[in-house]
Design a protein around this ligand. Sequence first.
Ligand code: GLN
Ligand code: ZN
Length: 763
Amino acid sequence: MALAHTLGFPRIGRDRELKKALEAYWKGELDEAGLRAVGRQLRAAHWQLQQDAGIELLPVGDFAWYDQVLGHSLMFGVVPERFRGADGRVTLDTLFAMARGASAGCCGGGGAQALEMTKWFDTNYHYLVPEFSRDQEFRLSWEQLFEEVAEARALGHAVKPVLIGPLTYLWLGKVRGDEFDKLELLEHLLPVYGEVLQRLAALGVDWVQIDEPILALDLPQAWKTAFERAYNLLQREPCRKLVATYFAGLEDNLGLAAGLPVDGLHIDLVRAPEQFPAILDRLPAYKVLSLGVVNGRNVWRCDLEHALAVLREAHERVGERLWVAPSCSLLHSPVDLNREDRLDVELKGWLAFAVQKCEEVALLARALNQPDAPEVQAALAASRAVQQARAQSPRIHNPAVQARLAQVVPADSRRASPFAERIVQQRARLDLPAFPTTTIGSFPQTAAIRLARQSYKLGKLGEADYTEAMQAEIRHAVGVQEQLGLDVLVHGEAERNDMVEYFAEQLDGYAFTRFGWVQSYGSRCVKPAIIYGDLGRPRPMTVEWIRYAQSLTAKPMKGMLTGPVTMLMWSFPREDVSREVQARQLALAIRDEVQDLEAAGIGIIQIDEAAFREGLPLRRGAWQHYLDWAVEAFRLCASGVDDATQIHTHMCYSEFNDVIEAIAAMDADVITIETSRSQMELLEAFEAFEYPNEIGPGVYDIHSPRVPTVAEMVALIEKAAEHIPAERLWVNPDCGLKTRGCAETLRALEHMVGAAQQLRGKA
Ligand code: GLN
Ligand code: ZN
């Protein structure tokens, strides 16, 4: 019998119960017992939901108070010294201190900076980076997994604990203090895995899932060898082991993964369908093969017949050693579609969230075991009907958008003249001083601003009153900037809840859920918009706000847009059309907005591409294709303007070495980037490449409330000028100011303008 299992389930709860409980606990409104009770209820509810859906082997260990990687750090005793209290005990508050930082007074006194946070592979989930010291010791220090296994078993469930594998865990961590090869830690770490497996076996556990997603990355040889060594040792430990890989194909690691001395292998056939049927010839005959055929990273119903065709072939070969699963943990899916009470019926019929994905997995397993069961036949027929209805639905097809896309010619993605000629015209038009100052777009989002937006959305605030409220915010922002003496102003983005959603709401082809939350980190959740059809712009989106803002000042007002790649990366995309096509449709919609802004007299337009770099595929071999279409999409939206109109872009991260050529190919007249935390080091990449256009390296870190001094910023800009000719430098913060308080923002900007003035005086 083929078996239905899942690799992990969302932990936040269908009503974000975990978020609410965590935040209440942090505020002191809920005690630890109360918080733990919420966790227990959520776990019980989630096991039940999966079991009711027909999942036979339930995951345990997918629940985390903040993050599963952090949970492992506690389990292994990887708790940096600064979080250890006088008695050395590791508690729930230790965990939260590691996640969120500790203020002076707790954790033994001096205050402690939180662990670093970074993206989990190519998802929008963030994990807390383990910190290893050279003399790192590993000691079983946290009972959560064992308690939860006992809890599930007490409820009568058949469970499969989920562990992050030793190689992936080490790979994700960073070395603190003296540099050393973290792979050296492996032999100290493995005994703890052994202990964990023994404890689990003692609890009656049969199967354990060991996640090793780094097997889908380009691995150095030393790491490949370490895989063999590690699993040869773990082989002696109890429990049957399923190694799980996901997010990309195994490619050159296929032989390695298939040959590990474990009892089963999971592969992601959604991201890497080409792994099948190759895997059948590589997997030893005794092993379980788990095929991830239901997409754990998107919201669309599975094409069951398509998935079943693959599964049947596998079933013939491996028989009851075949397991059916989602492609990856369902952590990356919203929880339950049934919760959506206002979604359009047709669209809702096309969607599946975590609960529904479990049902799909169970149905597929059932279709292998009992192909003639009437429910199976009915479900397959329903799936076929959905696929057909969607393909033919007029709502996903917009002939005007398709026709326009077909007419795009290469010249549409090229500015009329090269940068060297454009910049002459732009300088003449804009007449800016040396070291021009600007900001990245948003100003602090006060409670009043959020309230006005909310009231408007709920219909409590009329159109005219809302417009007036937002215009008042614009007047305020413009007044502040004029007073500070900034050179290129922004309107402040008060009307925007989020840089993607704001535009998505105004485009055709996008839909929104009410409860489609996905955990981003800790208690933070995001609710990505869904691209379901061809994307078009029925009417201008930002022009009236920007026109109004420009009417208030003689200084140049910068139009502010979100770019096509970022719009795509931070949404749930279609699966019936390539990402490339969706990016081009978005590019055309934004291009129209760019041109409308230009026609309204706006001389500088910024197109944010915050997600450009994170879109890079996990495997280097796939990079060039991505970069080609991503750059092309940006150029398509930016190239419809006159030479004298200045295009800016903004990217907020600090790793450009790998992609500098693509960044240059985007050909934005000005790029603003994050640099203050890296002390301008990343400009080396721009310098080495002889990046030709203008650059605004961030001169202060907006993630911190700290206000840097004028002297610090002068020093940073001077440092920047060692890499980039001063006449091509702009002066600006690292990113938007929406999360900052008003007072600190004012002072920081005042210092920033002061720094630019000092430099002009010196020149
Ligand atoms: N213009 C946006 C802002 O200032 C950019 C945000 C971002 O890069 N994440 O908020
Ligand atoms: Zn940014």
